[in-house]
Design a protein around this ligand. Structure first.
Ligand SMILES: N[C@@H](CCC[C@H](N)C(=O)O)C(=O)O
Length: 276
């Protein structure tokens, strides 16, 4: 038996989307197999979306299963892809997305999708990081990082030029550091001289660098403003896969804006070959 999927990406962060009504006995196993870029379809995760069309705006319950089989409570680019998927099916330009880290409103304007990103926190218990006080520019496992949670944890380090960093070498010790009970994503940023930043992120759950990370882009903007490195609004953040904008409202809540593309559709077989 096969189940249909739609493939979307947001600035290069790519996902298979499967309707949550489809029966998949082992979502983790399917993600491990089909996210593999050599032997599967290839993606940064599978989004299971339950669409509740009777509401206005419509609601979508989003579950992200990552390439290592784990689930993540939030994904900025994934939520933007989920929003576009739901908008295309309900003939609206606004939806509410229910994630494990909160309910977020998304709006489509002039072909780009903006999503609310909730309230970022530096509180050590909420990041989480084993520390008595918030961690600002402290050396942990070889990187000088600031710890923030923008739906998921990020260790943010500012460097002169992100392209000069061997991320696959410096990120894993931090990602798995003893200080982080749930692990952490590792995001590096370099200033563009105009209040914006270039970005690279090594993602927990993908266990590799991705072309873009939305919660990482928000983490850079939030930390940069907190440390006085920018007062731009919006903050332009440029991961390798495209351009993102992070804005702030009066309560300090961030929004994330950028393009979303529908790539192609296909089918996957949920059972592993041994079960067939
Ligand atoms: N790519 C995502 C973040 C996905 C979750 C992350 N890998 C984690 O495990 O924390 C984004 O766009 O925010």
């Amino acid at each position: 038996m096969t189940v249909p999927f739609q493939k979307y990406h947001g600035t290069g962060n790519d996902f298979l989307i499967i309707h949550a009504d489809e029966y998949v006995s082992d979502r983790g196993a399917l993600a491990v197999r089909e996210c593999d870029r050599e032997n599967g379809v290839g993606a940064d995760g599978i989004l299971y979306l339950a669409l509740e069309e009777k509401f206005r705006p419509p609601r979508v319950v989003m579950t992200l299963v990552q390439p290592d089989g784990s689930t993540a409570p939030m994904c900025g680019n994934g939520a933007r892809c989920a929003a576009e998927w739901a908008m295309d099916r309900t003939d609206t330009d606004s939806v509410m997305i229910d994630t494990q880290s909160g309910t977020l409103r998304a709006d489509r304007t002039d072909g780009v999708v903006t999503i609310e990103m909730g309230t970022p926190t530096f509180d050590p218990d909420d990041v989480p990081v084993r520390a008595d006080d918030p961690v600002f520019e402290e050396e942990i496992d070889g990187l000088e990082v600031t710890m923030v949670n923008t739906g998921v944890p990020h260790a943010v380090a500012f460097v002169d030029d992100v392209d000069d960093v061997d991320l696959e070498a410096v990120a894993p010790p931090v990602r798995h550091g003893d200080a982080f009970p749930k692990g952490t994503n590792v995001t590096i940023a370099s200033p563009d001289g105009d209040g914006g930043f270039d970005q690279r992120t090594y993602e927990r759950g993908v266990e590799a660098e991705t072309d873009s990370c939305g919660t990482g882009a928000v983490a850079i903007a939030v930390v940069a403003r907190r440390l006085g490195r920018t007062d731009a609004d919006p903050v332009e953040v440029r991961p390798p896969g495209g351009d993102l904008q992070v804005s702030f409202n009066d309560r300090g809540n961030a929004t994330l804006t950028g393009p979303v593309e529908h790539e192609f559709d296909g089918e996957v077989t949920p059972e592993s070959p041994a079960e067939l």
